[in-house]
Design a protein around this ligand. Sequence first.
Ligand code: PEP
Length: 249
Amino acid sequence: MRKQIVAGNWKMNNDLAQTESLLTALKAQTKTSNAEVMVAPTYTNLFQAYQALKESDVEVIAQNMHFAENGAYTGEISASMLKSVGVKTVILGHSERREYFGETDAILAKKVDAALANDLRTIFCFGEVLADRKSGNHEAVVESQIKNALFHLEASPFKNIVLAYEPVWAIGTGETASPEQAQDMHAFIRKTLNDKYGADVANSVSILYGGSVKPNNAQEIFGKPDVDGGLIGGAALNADDFFAIVNAF
Ligand code: PEP
């Protein structure tokens, strides 16, 4: 059985006081689905969030990390630093990291290796831009993103990898991939895994969809057979909306 997961990416939102009130609102929610639930606050609030949620159903995860263990990388955060504040899962390869911070497939391959070496579960994000979708190139783009960052791995590390397909044209735009577009791409991703690693890996890796998932569309998207959950941006900043999505399973 693949894990169902709903992860909220708070991005660069919420100062300490705002984080406190969102944490309080999250603790008041009730989970009625079997989905694993995660939220990714900004670095400065990770420890506080971990302390607040450690007895709850909600795991606190990180939005990013550097590939080096430590050293002269001003402004960066390492895997062991994340672990030291209770983090066990990290998002890597978000399209905003790729677009605004120059993260290439080669850099992401190093980050994935560093996360796995530190026993951090990785939510690895990828997805095509609108021009690729319009030109029909979307599968080739996604395939190359996955191959370049992950296919140097053996099969066994995939038990610590979750994939998140996030078409860039659907992130924060209010435009969602249709449930059929999501399903088609997720099936393609699973086939790509199957071709390289076989059915055991392909059928056990959770593949999340991300891109304007809201309470009113989550159920239909999550109802597709190859969609195992969602990576949620905007709607994760409101506890009621976020849990409506969590409970959409
Ligand atoms: C995201 O940033 O990963 C995301 C899916 O954002 P949104 O839900 O706001 O589109």
